[in-house]
Design a protein around this ligand. Structure first.
Ligand code: ASP
Length: 431
């Protein structure tokens, strides 16, 4: 999946100067300007004369979130199809890989939910107002209902309804079948699959490009929503965001400890060797916020610095990386719980189960590019009836937390590679 990288560099040359300022810096500038404007507008005591202007400040954030919601499902569909069409996964290794990916992602989400339930970052400060019509509908645990709901009424319905679970079912079914057809055709010397593969590749590029346009508007959205919040409610709403950052960092650290324990128990690699050898990949992930851009470095350090076999390195870092975003899964689940706490509408056990399921699928569908987790997060929120406009608040801290969860996404891929490599180091013959 080198597309996002090439698109970024291609577009970078044709961008106007203000878009060439790094996104992080743009967001910081937007934050400073927004806080200043919020203070000028009253910082919690706005004058009624400015009421309409202040309300309208939320429009860019609303539009950006609407666009992200609309893009999330096509992104998941084409990303999964693209991965199946362009990568080759051998049978047994494929099954082991699937089990490892699922257990690690589930562990990440459970750690995230545990930390969010124990530390309750959303109750450290409050947004004071609950917008009307945002009550979370009561839901009970109904495993059979979940299975029934996973099968869509019509093929295109999940795209229209933004239903991520049904969409993954469709994407996986078509992905597996298209892959099998491609392999059969290659064996028969035919090339009929090629146009489909090309179309999927082009569509994937197109969705990522549109996503880049929307992401370019994020600083404007941050500016509007922060200025509006400061003007209307002062600084109280941001208190709990600090607590949220701390809670996410605690959860990511626990997940990293989980990886190191698994690597120690399940592979020949020592945790120290893993950390030191992988440091280039972690630093690149942190500085680029993109596990896809980091992918070649991850692959390289796994072989040259940690010393894994090429097959394990490629399965974990090249194939697994497309599906495996544990940091994103942990973050999405924590965000849903955090916002529900902020709103004082606590999610029941059944609803948290739905959060676990949708976060697994949403993280599978998240592309390895900056801020992709925010896009698929809309689906997690919708699944338990949380108002998605609160994601705009999270955008203000996403430039930092995205870096942290991307580093963990990469660490997750490397852990899978180490576990696939097994308990015996490669011999000189294998090198
Ligand atoms: N930036 C992350 C990655 O590249 C995805 C996300 O936004 O969670 O892995």
């Amino acid at each position: 999946m080198s597309e996002p990288e090439s698109i970024t560099s291609l577009e970078a040359k044709t961008r106007p100067w203000w878009l060439r300022i790094p996104l992080t810096l743009q967001i910081v500038i937007a934050l400073v300007l927004a806080v200043s404007l919020g203070i000028v507008l009253g910082a919690g005591n706005p004058s009624p004369d400015n009421a309409t202007f202040i309300t309208n400040l939320a429009i860019p954030a609303e539009l950006v979130l609407k666009a992200l919601r609309a893009l999330a499902t096509p992104l998941i569909l084409v990303a999964v199809l693209h991965t199946f069409m362009t990568t080759n996964i051998p049978g047994t290794a494929g099954r082991r890989l699937a089990v490892l990916l699922l257990t690690n992602t589930t562990a990440a989400i459970l750690i995230g939910l545990l930390v969010a339930n124990v530390l309750r970052p959303g109750s450290w400060g409050s947004l004071a107002v609950t917008p009307t019509g945002t009550e979370i509908p009561a839901q009970s645990v109904d495993p059979w209902g979940l299975v029934k709901d996973a099968v869509p009424d019509a093929i295109l319905k999940p795209l229209v309804d933004n239903n991520v679970i049904q969409l993954i079912v469709i994407a996986l079914s078509f992905g597996i079948v298209l892959r099998a057809l491609k392999s059969e055709q290659i064996a028969q010397g035919k090339t009929g699959y090629q146009p489909i593969e090309d179309v999927i590749g082009i569509l994937f590029e197109a969705v990522i490009r549109i996503l880049n346009w929307v992401i370019a508007l994020v600083p404007l959205a941050v500016f509007g929503i922060v200025a509006k919040t400061v003007a209307e409610k002062g600084f109280a709403p941001f208190q709990s965001l600090g607590a949220f950052i701390v809670a996410v960092l605690v959860a990511l650290t626990l997940q990293a400890c989980y990886y190191l324990t698994r690597v120690k128990i399940g592979s020949w690699v020592s945790p120290l060797r893993f950390l030191v050898g992988g440091s280039d990949a972690f630093i690149t992930a942190f500085s680029t916020s993109s596990s896809t851009v980091t992918m070649p470095i991850t692959f390289e350090v796994l072989q040259t610095k940690i010393g894994l076999r090429e097959s394990s390195a490629s399965l974990g870092a090249l194939v697994g990386a497309n599906f495996n975003n544990d940091g994103t899964a942990l973050y999405e689940a924590m965000s849903a719980l955090y916002i529900s706490q902020v709103l004082g509408q606590h999610l029941s056990l059944g609803q948290q189960l739905i959060v676990i399921l949708t976060s697994i699928f949403a993280s599978v569908g998240a592309a390895g590019i900056p801020n992709a987790g925010l896009v698929t997060m809309t689906l997690v929120f919708t699944s338990v009836g949380l108002p998605t406009q609160y994601i705009a608040l999270l955008v203000t801290v996403d430039w930092f937390l995205d870096r942290c969860r991307t580093a963990l996404n990469v660490m997750g891929d490397m852990t899978v590679s180490a576990l696939l490599d097994g308990k015996k180091p490669r011999t000189l013959d294998e090198a």
